[in-house]
Write a protein that binds this ligand. Structure first.
Ligand SMILES: Cc1cc2nc3c(=O)[nH]c(=O)nc-3n(C[C@H](O)[C@H](O)[C@H](O)COP(=O)(O)O)c2cc1C
Length: 206
């Protein structure tokens, strides 16, 4: 079990603002994770309640929510449009910590997505055009061929594909979990209703 002065559950116990605590844990994770401290599981559901999950990168978080970017025509894109609820889960092995976030989902405004797309590496921008994410692909060669074609099509600036988008999860429930000895872990859940900005906090059995 990892040792350290912050591994006493006290960060959670003293926190009133889950976003501030999340920021602290993310900063901790950036210092110790091998890679991608912002990798998170994103769970979505079909309209009739069948779940699916995959990893995406958390690109921004603030009082408006937790944002990521993707292909809006992907499987997750279709599910997010059919069912406006999503769940996120971050696990930082190096810190033995987990954060679970649940809430409603909304698409980010086009200006926001444009601004982020412009900052991406040219080849990632090309890749966004080349990949029909989640749909069948005959061969790797086909993907390379499409990539080369798009490089020729956009020799200078690469515009954002109309289907490439971003989503934000507005949290209604944020749970912090930290490993403690003998599986007597610490868990705190912060909850608020969509119409309420004040968080309530509750300790949970592990
Ligand atoms: C570390 C990591 C980060 C990823 N980040 C993203 C991301 O930010 N956006 C994205 O669309 N896919 C990302 N992916 C790929 C997704 O996990 C997934 O394969 C893809 O989005 C298709 O999912 P879907 O078919 O359920 O829509 C990432 C995968 C890994 C392993």
């Amino acid at each position: 079990m990892a040792q350290g002065s912050d591994r006493t559950g006290l960060q959670m116990q003293d926190a009133d603002d889950p976003l501030a605590l999340f920021r602290k844990w993310m900063e901790d994770a950036r210092l110790s994770e091998l890679n991608d401290p912002n990798a998170m599981s994103l769970a979505t559901c079909t309209a009739d309640g069948r779940p699916s999950v995959r990893i995406v990168l958390l690109k921004r978080y603030d009082e408006n929510g937790f944002a990521f970017y993707t292909n809006g025509e992907s499987r997750k894109g279709a599910e997010l449009r059919a069912n406006h609820h999503a769940a996120l889960c971050l696990h930082w092995k190096s810190r033995q910590r987990q954060v679970r976030i649940e809430g409603s989902i909304a698409e980010l405004p086009p200006a926001d997505v444009d601004a982020y797309f412009k900052r991406r590496h040219r080849m990632s921008q090309i890749g966004a055009w080349a990949s029909e994410q989640s749909r069948p692909l005959a061969s790797r060669e086909e993907l390379i061929r499409r990539t080369e074609e798009i490089e020729r099509r956009f020799p200078d600036e690469v515009p954002r594909p109309p289907y490439w988008t971003g989503f934000v999860v507005t949290p209604e429930r944020i749970e912090f979990w930290e490993e403690r000895e003998y599986r007597l872990h610490d868990r705190f859940v912060f909850e608020r209703t969509a119409s309420n900005t004040v968080w309530t906090k509750q300790r949970l059995y592990p």
